[in-house]
Design a protein around this ligand. Structure first.
Ligand SMILES: CC(C)(COP(=O)(O)OP(=O)(O)OC[C@H]1O[C@@H](n2cnc3c(N)ncnc32)[C@H](O)[C@@H]1OP(=O)(O)O)[C@@H](O)C(=O)NCCC(=O)NCCS
Length: 154
């Protein structure tokens, strides 16, 4: 799945995805190459939370609470030979669909969030993710990005 920066993504799939699945710590969805058991891409989702920083008046009318329930994209990776082929988009659509159709109607959940690796920020922006607009977050190696599910167009 690419260069050394993405070794943790490969390691997670090989070593941890199954045990995390068995222990209900995470759910991993894989795209498999036709007729093989080779994984072309995967996405892992978990329960999460997003912290909202109050504005300078100590109050945010849009988001009055300090923390909100969320679903988090914990891992997403596409085999480098298949990048640009639409698998990343399909897996994000899957996570969004599961969250909107299965989780939100049954459990309080306001956001879909991701700690986006720098090279994937533009990819997430294409799908309507917004970066939390604080200097610390913007300077982070993996800034938090979110979709407000309550406000997104249906
Ligand atoms: C980021 C990643 C998941 C994208 O997956 P992908 O299958 O290559 O992306 P898709 O083919 O679905 O791309 C969908 C669209 O986003 C665009 N896009 C994809 N990656 C992009 C990037 N890094 N920057 C800008 N645009 C990007 C594509 O051009 C495509 O545009 P189109 O709809 O106009 O054709 C994949 O490149 C990857 O595995 N990267 C390494 C690991 C990583 O960064 N994971 C995210 C961790 S949070």
């Amino acid at each position: 799945m690419g260069d050394a920066a993405f070794t943790p993504l490969k390691t997670f799939l090989r070593k941890d995805a199954k045990s995390h699945q068995a222990a209900s710590l995470a759910r991993t969805y894989v795209a498999v190459e036709d007729g093989t058991e080779r994984v072309s891409a995967y996405i892992t989702v978990i329960c999460g939370e997003i912290e909202v920083q109050a504005n300078h008046d100590g109050e945010d009318l849009q988001y009055p609470y300090p923390r909100y329930p969320a679903v988090k994209i914990a891992r997403l990776a596409v085999d480098r030979r298949l990048k640009g082929g639409g698998l990343g988009r399909q897996l994000v659509d899957l996570a969004l669909g599961v969250t909107k159709e299965l989780i939100c109607p049954n459990v309080g959940c306001r956001f879909l969030v991701v700690d986006a690796k720098q090279p994937s920020i533009k990819f997430y922006e294409r799908y309507g993710f917004t970066m939390i607009d604080t200097p610390d977050n913007k300077a982070s190696e993996s800034p938090v990005m979110f979709i407000d599910l309550h406000r997104m167009a249906v």
